[in-house]
Structure formats: C-alpha cells, structure tokens
Design a protein. Structure first.
Length: 82
C-alpha cells in the first residue's frame, strides 16, 4: 500500500486493490478515515470515520487538500485515470 503522506503518527495510503472513486485511507493510532479526493480539483470529502475526533479530521482534510495533486497523481499511477 503506497503511502502518499505522513502526518505525525498517521499514514495516508492508497490500496492497490481498491475501487473507485479515487480516495485515500488515513490510518494510525487505532483509527481510520476515508476521504474521497474528487480529482483533479477537490476538495477532499470525508466518507468514513472510525475513531478520529472532529479536530483531527479537520487537520487531516487540510493536509490532504494541500497535496491533492500528488494524491490524484498517485491514484492514477496505481488505478488508472480518476
């Protein structure tokens, strides 16, 4: 699973055997969230949350938005066009 971004103890990953739409999984600290990327222009949108606080989710979303072009590019490398 390619790591797209690291946020402190969290990893933002794309699973190679995953499905559309383009999205990333954020994992760490016993929690997981999934954000749809809405490539190529965003904004990323929370789809699922298992344990993160609202404050953490806001920080994660901003970090993903900051690297959206890279995340969309990585998704396309792994899965084909978004």
């Amino acid at each position: 699973m390619p790591t797209v971004l690291r946020l402190d103890h969290l990893r933002v990953v794309i699973y190679p055997n995953d499905h559309r739409p383009a999205h990333v999984h954020v994992v760490g600290g016993g929690c997981e969230a999934v954000y749809n990327l809405h490539c190529p222009d965003g904004p990323p949108e929370l789809r699922e949350n298992y344990g993160f606080s609202r404050q953490e989710l806001t920080r994660i979303k901003a970090a993903i938005a900051a690297v959206l072009v890279t995340a969309c590019s990585r998704w396309s490398e792994i899965h084909g066009q978004c």
